[in-house]
Design a protein around this ligand. Structure first.
Ligand code: HPA
Length: 259
């Protein structure tokens, strides 16, 4: 049996349309899912994370009137896994009928006008992991990987709940070391506004599977001369910003269902 077969069995007839992947400190949104069934990664053959704060389960049910599959925790390349494992959840979701991928993450800000706690809609990415989940001649178009219509929906949802959002380019690196000042300068030169250690491989796999993608980063820290990056602070800011991002997600979900 494949991961998707096992997952389908555990969904007990639920037919999720949206995969919502929650980044560091954002996991509590899974607690709001109604008619919920929780599926620990290991029980359907998905790889589990060794990182504290990444619980590692799927929660299927209903959120904002939409049938969702919430991914609470994810595995990262820096844990020594291969790219296929990093995207196994996205692929399984696509195989059980999900057509929209809402991906969130914690990221470091590079743009000089960003502040910790900002919410950034991802309008494009730089895959700087040096790898890809695609094997063989799978030539996936990435020209509008982050769906412009979904971004518009997210902007409207943010306005509705009174939250400001910025937009920018997310650079995905392997990590786990945070960036040196020289790397920060390089990333700015390359056109990145934020930097993180997830998301880009998942989005490539999602596009390959035909899913529409909406991405949002919580800017947990901002790279500035003389400012160090502390993982505990990253988690704290992510947790504090979580409810604001949750409000946007709640408001955007009903807008995604029509498309
Ligand atoms: N760099 C990489 N990943 C991150 C950061 C950062 O500054 N902040 C949160 N995730």
């Amino acid at each position: 049996m494949t991961v998707a077969d096992r997952l389908r069995e555990r969904l007990e007839g639920r037919e999720p349309r949206v995969l919502l992947t929650l980044g560091s400190g954002l996991g509590h949104l899974a607690d709001e899912v109604g008619d919920a069934v929780a599926v620990p990664f290991a029980e359907v053959g998905l790889p589990t994370s060794s990182v504290p704060g990444h619980a590692g389960r799927l929660v299927a049910g209903e959120l904002g009137g939409v049938a969702v599959l919430v991914q609470q925790g994810r595995v990262h390349l820096y844990e020594g896994i291969d790219p296929g494992q990093a995207v196994a959840c996205v692929r399984a979701a696509g195989a059980v009928g999900v057509d929209t991928f809402v991906v969130t993450n914690a990221a470091g800000g590079l743009a000089s006008d960003f502040s910790p706690g900002d919410l950034m809609l991802i309008d494009d990415h730089l895959n700087l992991t040096g790898t890809t989940p695609l094997v063989g001649p799978e030539f996936v178009d990435m020209a509008a990987a982050y769906d412009p219509a979904l971004r518009t929906a997210a902007r409207e949802a943010a306005a509705e709940v009174g939250e400001d959002v910025v937009e920018g380019v997310y650079a995905g690196l392997r990590g786990p070391a945070y960036e040196t000042p020289a790397e920060v300068a390089m990333l700015r030169t390359l056109g990145a506004d934020a930097v993180g250690m997830s998301t880009v491989l998942e989005v490539i796999a999602a596009r390959a599977a035909g899913l529409r993608v909406l991405g949002c980063s919580v800017i947990t820290n901002v790279h500035r001369p003389g400012v160090t990056t502390d993982h505990a602070e990253v988690l704290d800011v992510g947790r504090d910003a979580g409810p604001r991002l949750a409000a946007i997600v709640r408001a955007v979900l009903p807008r995604l269902a029509g498309g």
